[in-house]
Design a protein around this ligand. Structure first.
Ligand code: GCO
Ligand code: MG
Length: 399
């Protein structure tokens, strides 16, 4: 039977605070058969919308939506220069929508299309933060009380705009030296006050010179973290070999990767332990399932990026992989607002520290377009871009 793509629509919504979410709807010649995909890149959202509407939409209309891999490869090669977060997110929106359609055609959840469940739920980590060690401890204790077993802990550094704490929007000043002095003391405090079985995580967010990040990992060895994240920027991944010689703290990396040339060598050389790409940033579900299989052969576990600037459709794509991929490690979670759940019925449920999918076909999710329209993107001076972060002397600092 002939089946073609008849339209590609972009839904822009912000039901979860300032995050400018983008989801893509692919419609087909079969009335009522459509799919949803995540194309969210909040700091350059308007550029992704243009890439979808001006380039991807006219290119895929008329194609057979069942040919996911062919469409994915065609979209990549339709511009000689490719890759990068804008184009990859645009492709992801379409790619993930095609997997949703495939599941609906097969009357199966996507996790069944890729081999079926190997576990029932996706074990999660949640975020604890605060201005003092005591506040971080209380925040972690509250999460333990909600059933989480894995907690990422971040503490404000006085006077500095610290990643992962409320101090972030202050004066936009950052110095790494006080930070690397405070973090080991934070974990010493947490180990004294939290139950010993608590799994602790931390995100450096590429804000420290590479050799100091190696020193920090070494200092943290004694606290037996579940993982330490983004010790280096993608430009500095050459330092991972040295990291391995000095620390046995498990290493997570990947949310900033956009191209396989960046991440495959780290896996092959067993220099990281957790691969945590932002799935839409590498091109979507098709790219991520291949990457998961590659990682399995090298003993590297998955820990897909799951912050608030992934749409709930994107979170669900994470969860379908989490359920079906043997080498799953952990899943970062976002606690969805009520408004977000109204816009995205069927979003992953959190119970007992796990994300649960439902057994409906495709992603098992819907987007309520009327509810989405009630949450337009907010006016922002930089249209979602981040204001500069600087050292005290004025030097621009990676965020
Ligand atoms: C994480 C991330 C995020 C990013 C954010 C950038 O580990 O969850 O570091 O918090 O900072 O996604 O837009
Ligand atoms: Mg991170």
């Amino acid at each position: 039977m002939a089946l073609t793509i008849t339209d590609v629509k972009v839904v822009k919504t912000a039901p979860q605070g300032r995050q400018q979410l983008i989801v893509v709807k692919v419609e087909t010649s079969d009335p009522g058969l459509y799919g949803w995909g995540c194309a969210t890149f909040t700091q350059r959202a308007a550029a992704v919308v243009t890439a979808i509407e001006e380039f991807c939409r006219p290119y895929v209309i008329g194609m057979d939506p069942r040919r996911i891999e062919d469409i994915y490869q065609a979209l990549i090669t339709s511009s000689y220069w490719h890759s990068g977060p804008v184009l990859n997110n645009a492709i992801s929106g379409i790619d993930e929508a095609l997997w949703d359609i495939k599941g609906k055609l097969a009357n199966m959840p996507v996790y069944d299309l890729i081999g079926g469940k190997v576990r029932e739920g996706a074990d999660l980590y949640a975020h604890a933060s605060g201005d003092t060690f005591e506040a971080v401890t209380e925040s972690a204790q509250a999460l333990l009380g909600q059933g989480f077993r894995h907690i990422r802990c971040q503490c404000a550094v006085p006077g500095l705009s610290t990643y992962g704490s409320r101090g972030r929007d202050g004066d936009r000043i950052w110095e790494h030296a006080p930070y690397i002095r405070i973090v080991p003391r934070l974990f010493e405090h947490l180990r004294k006050h939290l139950p010993e079985e608590t799994e602790l995580l931390h995100d450096i967010h590429q804000r420290v010179p590479p050799i100091n990040a190696i020193g920090l990992a070494k200092d943290l060895d004694q606290f037996k973290l579940f993982f330490l994240e983004d010790a280096f920027a993608p430009e500095d991944i050459g330092y991972f070999a040295l990291m391995r010689q000095h620390s046995v703290t498990p290493i997570a990396m990947g949310e900033l990767f956009v191209n396989q040339a960046e991440y495959l060598p780290l896996v092959k050389d067993r220099q990281i332990d957790f691969m945590r790409v932002h799935i839409s940033d590498i091109g979507g579900f098709s790219a991520a399932r291949k990457l998961a299989a590659y990682c399995e052969f090298f003993g590297v576990r998955t820990a897909w990026h799951g912050p608030g600037d992934v749409s709930p459709i994107g979170h669900m794509a994470n969860v379908h992989l989490d359920l079906a991929v043997y080498n799953f490690g952990i899943q970062e979670c976002t606690i969805f607002s009520d408004a977000s759940r109204e816009v995205f019925p069927g979003s992953p449920e959190i119970r007992d520290g796990y994300y649960w999918a439902n057994d409906k076909p495709g992603w098992g999710m819907e987007v309520d377009e009327k509810a989405a329209a009630k949450h337009p993107w907010p006016d922002q001076p930089l249209r979602g871009g981040w204001a500069a972060l600087r050292r005290r002397d004025g030097t621009i600092q990676r965020q």
